[in-house]
Design a protein around this ligand. Structure first.
Ligand code: UTP
Length: 295
């Protein structure tokens, strides 16, 4: 059985919810505390044993394409100045030259379409898909949890979490046959159902491990919800042949594709930081005390 060695990062979306910032800065380059979103995604992939990183980008994302390279002159300057902490953060953000590649999605035709463009680079092996705007704070990184479960189960695997009923229509929602531990055996998936038609309250979030058979469906599917080629539709179509499991990961997910989620993630990750947490806690407490009194 082939191990999960490759990850696809679809980063070709328009990021309209962050306009005007995303006029010239890709959403995935917006910093969560002091690291761009894409760095969290790559670090999570590395922690799960991923060795090859495939970014599906779009015109206008050259800042992201430049991000993983080396900056030897800057490294030398930091070395000379003895700025070791900053130097190690800078070096930690690099990827080995032969380990990453880019494919272009010229038009935002949907997540499924973006993933389909990685076919040649992925080849005939299972691979992970990480959406960098879903940031997951967990004891064990979420993708590593999934890889361990995938090795037992095989078939496609989608990360799931409980979603409030009124928000279900923004998610792919899973229909669960049975659950053992965190693994949910699925009998269906529905993209963006109305709350009345939602088969459960478990929504799909931005981590997937997919078998290569998904590419056959992605290349033949008609556009679905929103006129886009939907990854959920392709997974649902392959359910009879390959099988699909949900994985209710341990951890807290932040929807950094929305401004509210991004701000909450910023506070949560800054509070976790030994160099920032205590002072931020005092600041937030002082700021919110009058509001709490008034409530
Ligand atoms: P979103 O649904 O968040 O869309 O995409 P978006 O364009 O990034 O942001 P908004 O809604 O305009 O604010 C979810 C993920 O799928 C990728 C995005 O880059 C993001 O990681 N995506 C989406 C693509 O790569 N290509 C597409 O055609 C659509």
């Amino acid at each position: 059985m082939k191990p999960v060695r490759k990850a696809v990062f679809p980063v070709a979306g328009l990021g309209t919810r962050f306009l005007p910032a995303t006029k010239s800065v890709p959403k995935e380059m917006l910093p969560l505390v002091d690291r761009p979103l894409i760095q969290y995604a790559v670090d999570e992939a590395r922690a799960a044993g991923i060795e090859e990183f495939i970014f599906v980008t779009s015109p206008g994302k050259s800042a992201l394409e430049n991000y993983f390279g080396a900056l030897p002159a800057l490294e030398r300057t930091l070395e000379e100045k003895g700025k070791d902490d900053i130097l190690s953060a800078l070096r930690g953000s690099k990827l080995p030259e032969a380990s990453y590649s880019f494919v272009r999605q010229d038009e935002a035709r949907g997540l499924g379409h973006a993933v389909s463009l990685a076919r040649r680079l992925v080849g005939d092996e299972p691979f992970a898909v990480i959406l960098p705007d879903d940031v997951i704070r967990a004891r064990q990184p979420a993708l590593a949890q999934m890889v361990t479960a995938f090795e037992q189960s095989r078939g496609h695997m989608v990360a799931t979490e409980a979603v409030p009923t009124e928000k279900l229509s923004s998610y792919g929602v899973v229909d669960i046959k049975s659950q053992t531990g965190r693994v949910q055996s699925l009998k269906g998936l529905v993209e963006k159902p109305s709350p009345a038609r939602a088969p459960s309250r478990s929504g799909i979030v931005g981590r997937y491990i997919l078998e290569a058979s998904i590419f056959d469906w992605l290349s033949s599917l008609a556009p679905g919800s929103g006129g886009e080629i939907q990854l959920t539709d392709a997974i649902a179509a392959d359910l009879g042949r390959t099988g699909v499991n949900g994985f209710a990961f341990e951890g807290e997910r932040f929807d950094c594709g929305s401004v509210q989620g991004f701000v909450q993630a910023t506070v949560a990750f800054a509070l976790d930081r030994p160099d920032l947490g205590a002072e931020l806690q005092n600041f937030v407490t002082a700021r919110t005390a009058p509001l709490q009194k008034a409530a």
